[in-house]
Design a protein around this ligand. Structure first.
Ligand code: ADP
Ligand code: MG
Length: 362
């Protein structure tokens, strides 16, 4: 039912702009993830959609109806906040049925609703348990069941999996998404976890400093980032700054020391200052040949992969993920070469405030 649209939404707290001209559209029944570092304004954006925070300026629409000033209760949205805030003295069923919209319901209807909600979140056998008797995952499911029991068609999730341990977090990703899909909800899910956003979202909106940097499918955002920031925040990247010296099948970028690397064709002119970015996962390491030569500085065992940090040409820092079967080929101090498929290396104009500032995740 509801599509959601934010138009030039700004929220100021003193001199802080928690939202800075947000423009964003969420389709009906879409699962949209807002991905951004801590402090980017994710919670603020969600609270404004819910009606808990009033924008300083701009408009918010549900199905093209202006809801900017509408009270929370009258909106068709429910928010599951970062802390579950279950009532400690109420059991699971009472918590689920706490929503104001079901106050007037008959006991029979309430029981039926509670049963179906608890079934959905696999808690049917814990209806009489108190929150402290439940695991973190079960508490989270209870809070989710309560949110769903409200019947709202817009579900707003603020880092819903954050407090769970790694294994459960990964398990619940699938469940949460399929639940939202089967109930045909329009869902905005806020997270700082790129893996979570990549596996769960229909589309991802990357947020930074109160602004939407890029919106696209997980594949678009991962493979065709529109800025060095997105290239690094969604899947870490290696960077090389220099000037375009040749354009043809590949773009050739040369730095001040005359070191050259190949990248995808681009619109930049010869002589222009640019940044080349290639994903860590797309950078290869070899012992005998490559584009750049250097030394292994650090190796971190990660199970099926080994994360390798290198210093190249005595000054450039690059990282690669190497399959762990190659672990015997390198050690700290080993000479090594890196290369990549130039098609996977992107070229961006130099960010106006410099690369270091561009990549900051404050
Ligand atoms: P995120 O959820 O992405 O971590 P928030 O939306 O919580 O970010 O915060 C964005 C910015 O707005 C931060 O700088 C934060 O300190 C500020 N902020 C958020 N809420 C308030 C508030 N109620 N009063 C003052 N500043 C706030
Ligand atoms: Mg937050």
């Amino acid at each position: 039912m509801p599509s959601i649209r934010l138009s030039e939404v700004t929220k100021k707290y003193g001199s802080t702009r928690a939202a800075d001209g947000l423009n964003l559209e969420v389709q009906d029944k879409e699962y949209l993830c807002i991905l951004g570092p801590t402090g980017a304004g994710k919670t603020t954006a969600l609270r404004m959609v819910c009606g808990l925070t009033l924008p300083s300026s701009g408009r918010i629409f549900f199905d093209e109806q202006d809801v900017t000033g509408m009270e929370v209760e009258r909106r068709e949205a429910v928010m599951l906040s970062q802390v579950y805030s279950l009532f400690p003295h109420m059991d699971v069923q009472q918590n689920v049925l706490f929503g104001p919209s079901i106050k007037e319901w008959s006991e029979k209807d309430c029981n039926r609703l509670a049963r179906s909600m608890l079934e959905m979140v696999h808690l049917s056998n814990r209806a009489q348990a108190l929150p402290h008797e439940l695991s973190g995952g079960m508490q989270q499911r209870t809070a989710l069941a309560r949110a769903l029991a409200s019947g709202s068609k817009v579900l707003l999730l603020d880092e819903p999996l954050r407090a769970l341990d790694a294994r459960l977090r990964i398990e619940l990703r699938k469940e949460l998404r399929s639940l939202a899909k089967s109930l045909e909800l329009t869902c905005i899910h806020v997270t700082h976890d790129q893996d979570e956003a990549l596996v769960m979202a229909d589309r991802i909106a990357v947020l930074r400093r109160g602004k939407v940097m890029q919106v696209g499918t997980p594949k678009e955002v991962f493979e065709n980032p529109n800025s060095p920031f997105v290239a690094n925040f969604v899947g870490q990247s290696n960077f090389f700054t220099g000037k375009v010296v040749s354009k043809g099948e590949w773009t050739i970028v040369e730095d001040q020391r005359g070191v050259r690397v190949p990248a995808r064709p681009c619109d930049m002119e010869i002589g222009e200052e640019v940044v080349m970015a290639v994903k860590v996962g797309n950078t290869r390491i070899k012992s005998d040949e490559g584009f750049l030569k250097g030394t292994v500085e650090r190796m971190l065992y990660e199970g099926s992969n080994v994360h390798v940090d290198l210093v190249l040409c005595d000054y450039l820092r690059f990282s690669v993920k190497m399959p762990n079967r190659k672990i015997g080929e390198f050690e700290v101090g080993s000479p090594a070469y890196v290369s990549w498929n130039p098609r996977e290396a992107l070229v961006f104009p130099i960010p106006p405030e410099g690369l270091e500032e561009e990549l900051k995740v404050d």
